[in-house]
Design a protein around this ligand. Structure first.
Ligand code: SPV
Ligand code: MN
Length: 596
């Protein structure tokens, strides 16, 4: 109450709406969002569209900062002086909600009655933000009432700031997303894009990483999914991928879905168990089509689902259109205002009808293959962890680490992904993205690694760690794998977790035996898998691996709190690779290596 009163005094709204869990309140939030123009109706009753504005379409890396005493540096983390930051935020936020409604909403980040669950209060002047959170998280005003004052919770303050006639935030150049880890509070102003404004998503992730580090558990940018194996058993995997590297398509290639973006993983009686703290999806809509993504496509086009679309095209006939949807786009409104086929921007480039980072927000409960474990207060047992990036040159499609420590160091902490044209001019350069957490770390990557090593030590059953790579190219620059092949890699990992198949031992980890892949490709995809493909995909690129070891070594040698274990394990990896290179050369065909 004190914090809310403080925020009221600061932001000076004309009224305050405390959102309780009742359906009346939830419906009122949607009405308010439509009345304020933050969301626009479509021809389908519970499908609405929100536009963030042309300069507010993605996470703002530059202005998202972790507040530290004196602005103390954390390697690879964007920090800022805490006192200065809090002062700056108070200045910007003074009267920022005048004439507007302040919403106060209460959420559980995890299932009811669970040791995994965290709590959060969201203050915002955006009904769209509250509507999104009502879809993405469990409302739990009641929990706060029952538990208060004995409840530890995160605080999120958000304001879209002044908006123009289009509804876009005017002062995006005074955008601030300040994360006060000490006080479990985040202040986000002059922005609307959900990755910046929806407190419980990526802002909570940063707070959660910090708490997890102190308490010895993992808060991760990972999906959780079940893969069916022999006899109908279901084996659970988590998966971490940087944006645009196949995370969503992997989760939907699995057999059941627990979560698509975030995971809290704790040691329960020696077993790693994972909980998806969310109950909704904020997914990329670009390219979603009825052939490759039938389940999602059905949810997004059904007359009975609730969906908030963002930065898609809303046609004049009230229909939503995005790239991947059938038919041609008709004139309408998109993230940049009026849109018509052939529209050009100031530089003469064609404006796409929907933005590449256009999104859908909806309930995960619409999924046909939703895993019942989503509501389990003790989560699901995690038997495998998958890490993937965009790597055209080095990593094979699937590789199993020798053990937890080897996996944490050479796979998770060594994750890299190719920079795309959108990020930097040097296309093809590898960007270091440890655990796919580069953008979300609130502690040093060295400490984050140390936490994983410590976490594994106390497990009696350690999950197996796998690397996957869907982007390996051949000499002519063509991708080798088919989109659907990831199903086979998942099924192979499932068998490996239970040690139902042997593997080929390489200096960097285990890879599949050819005959097993022939069987799996036939069984799950009805495809033949040739020896030629196997050699192309699984020949060990020893020289490239050695380069990677060198890059990772150099990166961590500049991170002061890196555990020495990392250097030991990299050293061993290097030695193994050099031995193999001395015997077989810079590229080694898998048939030459030992089976076990
Ligand atoms: C991601 O970019 O990893 C997302 C979307 O899941 S955002 O909420 O913007 O982070
Ligand atoms: Mn994400």
């Amino acid at each position: 109450m004190k914090w809310i009163a403080d925020m009221v005094a600061l932001a000076k709204p004309s009224s305050v709406f405390v959102v309780t869990d009742g359906s009346d309140d939830l419906a009122r939030v949607v009405r308010a969002s439509l009345e304020s123009g933050e969301e626009v109706p479509t021809t389908i009753p519970k499908h609405t569209v929100h536009f963030d504005g042309p300069r507010d379409l993605a996470r703002d890396r530059k202005n998202t900062r972790i507040l530290t005493p004196g602005g103390g540096a954390i390697p690879l983390v964007n920090t800022y002086d805490r006192e200065l930051g809090l002062r700056e935020i108070r200045e910007i936020s003074d009267g920022i909600m005048s004439g507007r409604v302040m919403y106060v909403a209460f959420y559980c980040f995890g299932p009811p009655n669970s040791d995994f669950t965290m709590y959060a209060v969201q203050i915002t002047d955006s009904a769209y933000v509250v509507h999104s959170e009502n879809l993405l998280y469990r409302n739990c005003y009641g929990e706060f009432v029952r538990k208060a004052p004995n409840i530890r919770y995160a605080k999120f303050f958000h304001s879209a700031g002044e908006r123009d006639l289009n509804g876009w935030s005017v002062n995006v150049d005074r955008r601030r997303i300040f994360v006060d880890i000490e006080d479990s509070a985040v202040y986000s102003v002059n922005t609307q894009y959900a990755g910046n404004s929806v407190g419980l998503k990526k802002l909570m992730l940063r707070l959660c990483v910090y708490v997890g580090y102190r308490e010895g558990w993992l808060c991760e940018h990972m999906f959780i999914a079940g893969v069916r194996g022999p006899g109908g058993r279901v084996t659970y995997f988590t998966g971490a991928f940087p944006a645009g590297c196949g995370k969503t398509s992997t989760v939907f290639s699995a057999d059941t879905v627990v979560g698509d973006d975030l995971a809290i993983i704790k040691n329960v009686g020696g077993v790693a168990r994972g909980v998806n703290p969310e109950v909704g999806m904020f997914g990329i809509i670009d390219g979603v089509n009825p052939v490759d993504d039938p389940d999602i496509y059905e949810i997004l086009t059904s007359p009975s689902t609730e969906v908030v679309f963002s930065n898609v095209l809303l046609t004049d006939s009230g229909r939503v259109w995005w790239r991947g949807r059938e038919g041609d786009p008709e004139p309408g409104v998109n993230y940049g205002g009026r849109w018509w086929p052939g529209k050009k921007d100031g530089e003469g480039r064609e404006v796409p009808p929907s933005h590449p980072n256009a999104r859908f927000t909806t309930s995960i409960r619409y999924l046909k293959n939703l895993d019942p474990g989503i509501d389990d207060p003790s989560g699901v047992p995690i038997n495998g962890m998958v890490f993937g990036g965009r790597d055209p040159r080095t990593l094979p499609p699937v590789l199993e680490a020798f053990d937890w420590e080897h996996g944490v160091v050479t796979v998770g902490a060594s994750l890299e992904s190719e920079k795309t044209a959108a990020v930097l001019e040097k296309v093809g350069e590898m960007e270091f993205n440890p655990f796919a957490m580069l953008d979300f770390l609130s502690i040093s990557p060295g400490k984050f690694l140390e936490l994983h090593l410590r976490f594994g030590e106390n497990l009696s059953v350690k999950p197996k760690i796998f690397s996957v790579n869907y982007f390996l190219k051949d000499e002519s620059g063509r991708y080798i794998a088919d989109k659907v092949d990831k199903k086979v890699w998942l099924k192979w990992m499932e068998l490996r977790v239970h040690e139902d198949v042997d593997a080929v031992r390489t200096p960097a980890g285990y890879i599949p035996i050819y005959d097993d892949l022939v069987e799996l490709f036939d069984e799950h995809l009805g495809k033949a898998y040739s020896e030629e493909r196997y050699v192309k995909e699984f020949s060990l690129r020893v020289d490239r691996f050695l380069e990677k070891v060198g890059r990772i070594w150099r990166t961590y040698s500049e991170i002061p709190d890196t555990p020495l274990k990392l250097f030991e394990i990299l050293e061993e990896q290097k030695r193994r690779l050099e031995e193999v290179r001395a015997r077989y050369g810079g590229v080694v065909e898998p048939f030459k290596l030992e089976r076990r």
